[in-house]
Design a protein around this ligand. Structure first.
Ligand code: MTE
Ligand code: MO
Length: 363
């Protein structure tokens, strides 16, 4: 597919990046304190415009190579078996703004991650009813949002291989944290693909199609690939890489966001997660390059949700660089430095927070 790559950016942020960042809010890092992110603090990533979809008129056709093509209403889907799954979603572009040069796109620093409780019906139930034919290799999910990306007019769409689509925790979701989905999160119905970067969880679903050839949509074959060079075939972004964040301690300066803290004992808190349902096995915390093990909190019942951790630190007067890094059960550890990618995908370089500790600070 021919598409125009936007020129990379070095240095100051463009007005276009600021505009994207204003539309697509991140989760403030102090919200890491919640096991489940309150709906209004959950990060947002919307490529085009939020489409106008009326729940009462909305229907979901299941088409393509199925024995029984069916069109479901919201009520039809809500009458099927349902489950609620706690899932940490992270945008594949999270951390992009830390890279140089950086891709001209949503300039996430580190806040494109959140956790919610998603309620819906397993996609497998609906596909079983439709009867996937033997020849089907992928299932394509199309949203109701349309726009132009790199010169190509398109409807946001992504596919999953049949084996991934049939996972019992892949859900057609109508509720988030027990409330009906809000417009910005894909109302009235979205897909949730636990353990994968967020791009797979298609919002505002308008149709599902079973196909016999790999889907060639732009967000599937051009977008969301790890590439070192523009001409590389690339490796598709799928499962979330191991990552961790801390709640920056102390109080911030309004503009610079520099942190200030009084001397004494501080309990540093954060979350760690990895994709594919792979558990976190270790979190380390460093002060000025001196690493120690943090305490892992009780694992969540859901293998798809982040895990809490904490670490006591005796803060002494001076300027200190705090850092955190996690390891997962596959032995993957976060790199010290971001690994550069042309589009800024999959940056799981460790977070650092600089704090100034002095007795003049009241907090
Ligand atoms: N239809 C549609 N689905 C979409 C998107 C989109 O722009 N359109 N963005 C994707 C991306 S890149 C991410 S990270 C998640 C974000 O979901 P959230 O906004 O509910 O956090 O939605 C995904 N699903
Ligand atoms: Mo994303």
């Amino acid at each position: 597919m021919k598409s125009l790559r936007r020129p990379p950016i070095v240095g100051r942020f463009l007005a276009e990046e600021v505009a994207l960042a204003s539309r697509n809010s991140g989760m403030p890092l102090e919200a890491l304190r919640y096991d489940v992110t309150p709906v209004g603090l959950h990060y947002l990533l919307i490529h085009f415009d939020i489409p106008a979809v009326e729940a009462a008129q909305w229907t979901l056709p299941i088409l393509g190579c199925v024995d029984h093509p069916t069109t479901f209403s919201l009520a039809d889907l809500q009458a099927l078996p349902q489950r609620t799954v706690r899932v940490t979603l992270e945008c594949a572009g999270n951390g992009r703004a830390q890279l140089t040069p950086r891709n001209a796109s949503m300039p996430w620093v580190e806040e494109g991650v959140s956790t919610a409780e998603w309620t819906g019906t397993p996609l497998a139930e609906v596909l079983k009813k439709a009867g996937l034919q033997q020849s089907v290799c992928e299932v394509v999910f199309t949203g109701a949002d349309i726009g132009i990306d790199r010169g190509v007019e398109q409807t946001y769409a992504r596919s999953l291989r049949v084996s991934d689509a049939l996972h019992p925790d892949v859900l057609l979701v109508w509720a988030m944290n027990g409330q009906p989905l809000l417009p910005q999160h894909g109302a009235p119905m979205r897909l949730i693909v636990p353990g994968w970067y967020g791009m797979a969880s298609v919002k505002w679903l308008s149709k599902i199609e079973a196909v016999t050839q790999p889907f060639q949509g732009m967000q599937q074959v051009v977008g969301y690939h790890f590439r070192a060079q523009p001409e590389d075939a690339g490796v598709p972004c799928t499962q979330i890489r191991v990552n961790a964040l801390m709640v920056p301690p102390g109080i911030p300066d309004f503009f610079s966001r520099q942190r200030f803290l009084k001397p004494g004992l501080v309990n540093i808190q954060g979350r760690a997660w990895s994709g594919g349902g792979v558990p976190i096995t270790r979190v380390e915390f460093a002060v000025n390059g001196q690493w120690r093990d943090a305490q892992l909190h009780r694992a969540e019942a859901s293998p798809w949700a982040w895990r809490g951790w904490s670490c006591d630190w005796q803060a002494s007067t001076g300027t200190h660089v705090l850092a955190v890094r996690a390891t997962d059960a596959n032995g993957h550890v976060q790199p010290d430095q971001p690994v550069w990618d042309i589009a800024g995908f999959g940056n799981n370089g460790m977070q650092t927070v600089t704090v100034q500790v002095n007795a003049a600070t009241q907090q």
